[in-house]
Each structure stands twice: as C-alpha cells, then as structure tokens.
Design a protein around this ligand. Sequence first.
Ligand code: UGA
Length: 433
Amino acid sequence: MTITIVGHGYVGLVSACVFADFGNTVYVVGHTPEKLERLKNGDPIIYEPGLKEVLEKNNKAGRLIFTTDYVESVSQSEIVFITVGTPPKENGEADLSVVLKVAEEIAKNLGDTFTVVSCKSTVPVGTNKKIEEIINKCKKGSAQFAVASCPEFLREGSALHDTFHADRVVIGSESQKAIDLLLKVHTPITGKKIVTDLASAELIKYTSNSVLAMKISFANLISFYCEKTGANVELVLDAVGLDQRIGRIFMDPGVGYGGSCFPKDVKALISTGKLFGIDTQLLEAVDTINEDARINLLNKIIAQVKGKKIAIWGLSFKPNTDDIRFAPSVDIIRALLEKGYELSVYDQEGMNNIKKIFGDKLHYVTNAYDALQEVDALVILTDWNEFKNVDLNKVKKLMKQPLIFDGRNIYDLQTMKELGFNYISTGRATISL
Ligand code: UGA
C-alpha cells in the first residue's frame, strides 16, 4: 500500500517506520526541511530505543520518503494518517489548530481514487467530524474520501515494541471501505482489532490515558496516607494489586506523572466534560493529586536540606527517552532555583532538552557521580536503570552528607539503612541515621 503520514514526532515517525517495515511505501510529510533532511539521513531527531535502526533499514530499502510536499504524497496514498501535535491551551483544552490546518491541506491534494483520512493524533470527541466537514469544504469535487479515528497507544521509551506488538488496534469509522483498508494495513499486528464509531474511538483514547493517570494518582494519594500513618505503600499496593480486578501495574507512587500525554489528556477530558455539562470532579482530583505529589517531595526537600547544594538525577519524564515535556524535573528544578538552591543535574538523555529551558542556571555534568561532589542532598526524579545500579558506597563518599530524596522509590529501605544513608522516599518509612 502507499500511505502518507503527516507529522514525524513519536507517533508519526514510529508509525511510519513500522508501516514501512511491513513493506508499504510511506510518505512522511513535515514542514521543516532541515528536520526532513536529518530523517532522510537516518537521524530520528528524538531518542527512542531501536528507532534509528528501523529508520535506516527502511530508508535504505526506499520505503520511506520524507517530504514537505502534500501533492505527490497525498494524491498517491490510499490512507493518510494525521499524527501532528495537539498541545494544551492555557485553559486545558486541546489545541486543534494544526490538526485542522493539516486536514485542509490533505483535502486540497486528495487524488482521484478513494482515500481514508485517519487521525492518530489524540483529539477530543467530535474532532473527526470537524475534519470531515473541512475536507468536504476544501476538496476538489471528484475526490472520494472517508474519515476514520485510529488512536495510538504507544509509550515513549518502548514505542517500537508497543506498535509492532500492540494489544489492540482501534478503528472508528462510518465507512466500511475505510475500515477494510485500515484493517488491511494493520494485518501484521496481531493485537485485537476493535471496530467502532468515530466518537467511541476518540473516547477510548482519552479513557485509556485517564484511567492510567487515575491509577498513578490513586497510588500517590495512598502514599500520603502511608506517610502520615507509618504504613508502607509498597506492601499496601502489592497486596491490593493481587486482586485481578485492580492489578499492580501503573500504581507506582512518587513524584507523579509527566510527559506530553497524561497531563494534557486529563486536562482535555475535563475541558470536554465541562462543554457537555458533565461533573468532572474525579478527573480534576487526578490532576490535583499529581501536582500534590510534586509539592509533597518539594516540601520534604525544603524542610530537610540544611545546605544549598543539591544534585538532581533524572530529567526526562520517564526512562528511555530524552523527552522532558511536563516532566516532574522541570517543576522541581524551577521551584528549587526560586528558593536559591545550586543544582548539579544529570540524565542519560535529557540534558540537551533541559538546557534549552534553564540555560546557565544549572550545573551540567556528564556522569551521575560527578553531580555529587560536595552536595548536601541527592534528589532522584527518573527511574533510569543506571541509578538503580550505581555503587552506593561511592555515592556516599562523594556527598557532603548522605541524604537522598527518592521520587521513584528505586532503593530498598533495608539496604539504605545498612549503608548509612538518610533516605526519604515516597509512602515508606524515612531512614534516618
Ligand atoms: C502514555 C500511555 O501509557 C500510552 O499508552 C499512550 O499512547 C501515550 O501516553 C500517549 O497518549 O501518547 P507515555 O506518556 O509515553 O505513554 O509514558 P507512560 O509509560 O505511560 O508514563 C507516563 C508517566 O507516568 C511517566 O512520567 C511515568 O514516570 C509515570 N508513571 C507511570 C508513574 O508515575 N507511575 C506509574 O506507575 C507508571
């Protein structure tokens, strides 16, 4: 098949590489020639494990074509996927301006044969109908098309695996022809195929992300109870999670969720709810508890660090990515700088992105131990494996005092006690010398 994918972020580029790997010819439309040139040369721009290799392989095979040109790409494609960003506006609503602009460009360039225009961007319920209206308004008279919602469920850091081995493929459309084409292009993916109407597909995506965000906020809420009562959040959640109706996964408390999806999607679902007069208190609480998780950690740091020098390990919003969008690190660093702390920071992949925000306000180091020279405390914000496997004796020797705030609960309490650390984690006993 010939496919066009508009956008080359996490969803666009990963989908393009996967569909190309299945043997399709995939046009990837972007608007920055310099970025497209990098992609042509095998540089994925973002850090995502394994992506560079699949990109290079499919570039070499001639199955990926990077272009700014909607004419050649769209007119030849059976399916056009929209994968551009829907960032949050000030009021929490999803900003659809790019999606709708792209729909207009696609409309003007539809070919003479039937085309499915399928939105993979996360868009509020009703958006695919708007896309349909725009295309009907802007297309040439003869062009035949149908819209479909095909939400994406990949996680950053494991995006290729999640796409090749998706649990489910959701296809929402009112057109059987569109559904058949989308089923065909997804054939190599063995996950369950769910065919729905447009609105249901749009809501499936927001429901998935909001339930996951709710599980994390629930774990954080319970960690607050544990801290006040002396209970251990891990014991509580391990036992609760054995109930198969609940499950233990996505219930790790700490400094809260970040990234370009959960924070934005919970807020957007609240915003859609308000539009329809729905009571959105549950979602608002999910969002507030997530902020409280950051504040909880900050208060502990401010109350207990005596000096002014702090090391931060972990800047990306989760391991295996360089993405720092809505990362807990950004909020924590900003608040600590305001309080006058001097910060040395380290992350395997997120350094360049954090530099773009904080410039020369931070001290950047190239390995985890270098951040620790003479610091009064270490704060851990991302659960990279590297931090789980450090030499803790060496860590202790380098620090002015052995004080660790762990926003991801990566160390065992007994080990930290035996090694002689003051160790403050989330929802678990404080270890103090
Ligand atoms: C999330 C969803 O998991 C994907 O299914 C979805 O496709 C994606 O959003 C999207 O909408 O594009 P992602 O944001 O890449 O994926 O990463 P997650 O692994 O979900 O982690 C999100 C945040 O939650 C991270 O900051 C992580 O540290 C945090 N988290 C996760 C916790 O604090 N506790 C947990 O138990 C799990």
